[in-house]
Design a protein around this ligand. Structure first.
Ligand code: NAD
Length: 279
């Protein structure tokens, strides 16, 4: 991909899952990575395994001083910041709407929205200070675009980051700063580790993912490739865009018999395609 080699990339939530995959992909493209996470051990392990000069830092993205610290550390180490992937996030609880506490709502919004606001703001301040623009990608979610009844705080937060995306892309465009988002579907990571066996938790991710048109769960690498593309000069004419990376989950029509979302008869699809049931 064009324009990634030699660049300095700051990635939040880089200790595992999608953030770690992005760190590996950007480093493979020749970028220097600053891996930021509350999990310092994980961030260190990811950074130390990268092929380019890279760094790690323990920081909480929901705290103003945490964000200031990771931006300062990146500048101290590499002299500038070119790319920022705002990816740290938490799922919150599966509490129903009447049961969701205000404290839990605030906790999720703190990481997923305040953290993205602080990170985007810090990147814009750094681009101004260094006199050179950069590129930003926010990790949204299929929850940025769709609803379900049991993840209200998470979905609200992931809708809210699209507001940051649109405002930042409008502000940044004339400055040469592009801001885009990815909207992953189902990627088995530690995101739902706290509620593995609950319906909608980690344990049934693979089964639910099989109801998408592509019939499989995503991988961190599936998302990282699109993040790297959006950060690269190959996406030079894209800004303010939300790119779904979800196996087609976002396009299903639940009001058509052939519309997917659990309505697929995979045995019939297999018989039509292969002459046998492979599901
Ligand atoms: P993950 O739990 O493996 O990674 C999230 C990382 O963020 C963790 O390493 C965690 O320690 C870190 N983190 C959490 N709170 C933090 C904070 N306050 N400050 C700094 N770091 C913090 O999960 P993931 O699936 O890789 O999630 C990455 C992003 O992708 C999240 O924004 C998530 O909402 C989004 N996403 C994931 C999926 C999925 O199916 N996995 C789907 C859509 C969107």
């Amino acid at each position: 991909m064009r324009g990634l080699s030699g660049k300095v990339a700051v990635i939040t939530g880089a200790a595992g899952g999608i953030g770690a995959a992005t760190a590996r992909r950007l480093a493979a493209e020749g970028a220097h990575v600053v891996a930021v996470d509350t999990d310092e051990t994980g961030a260190k392990a990811v950074a130390e395994a990268l092929p380019t000069q890279s760094a790690w830092l323990r920081a909480d993205v929901s705290a103003e001083d945490g964000v200031a610290a990771y931006m300062a550390a990146a500048v101290d180490r590499f002299g500038r910041v070119d790319l920022h992937h705002l990816n740290a996030g938490i799922a919150g609880s599966f509490a129903t709407l009447p049961e969701l506490t205000a404290a839990e709502f605030d906790r999720v919004m703190g990481v997923n929205v305040r953290g993205v606001f602080l990170g985007v703001r810090a990147a814009f301040r750094q681009f101004a200070a260094q006199g050179a623009p950069g590129s930003i990608v926010i990790t949204g979610s299929i929850g940025s675009l769709r609803g379900s009844a049991d993840l209200l705080a998470y979905q609200t937060s992931k809708h809210a980051v699209l507001g940051i995306l649109h405002g930042a892309a409008m502000y940044g465009g004339p400055l040469g700063v592009r801001v885009n988002a990815v909207a992953p579907g189902i990627v088995p990571t530690e995101l739902f580790a706290a509620t593995p066996a609950a319906a909608g938790g980690k344990d049934d991710m693979v089964r639910r993912a099989s109801t998408t048109p592509l019939r499989r769960a995503g991988t961190g690498d599936d998302i990282a490739g699109v993040v790297a593309f959006l950060l690269s000069d190959d996406a030079a004419y894209m800004t303010g865009e939300v790119v779904s990376v979800d196996g087609g989950a976002n396009i299903v029509s639940t009001v058509r018999p052939s519309g997917g979302a659990g309505a697929w008869d995979f045995a019939a699809v297999d018989r039509a395609l292969y002459g046998e049931d492979r599901s």
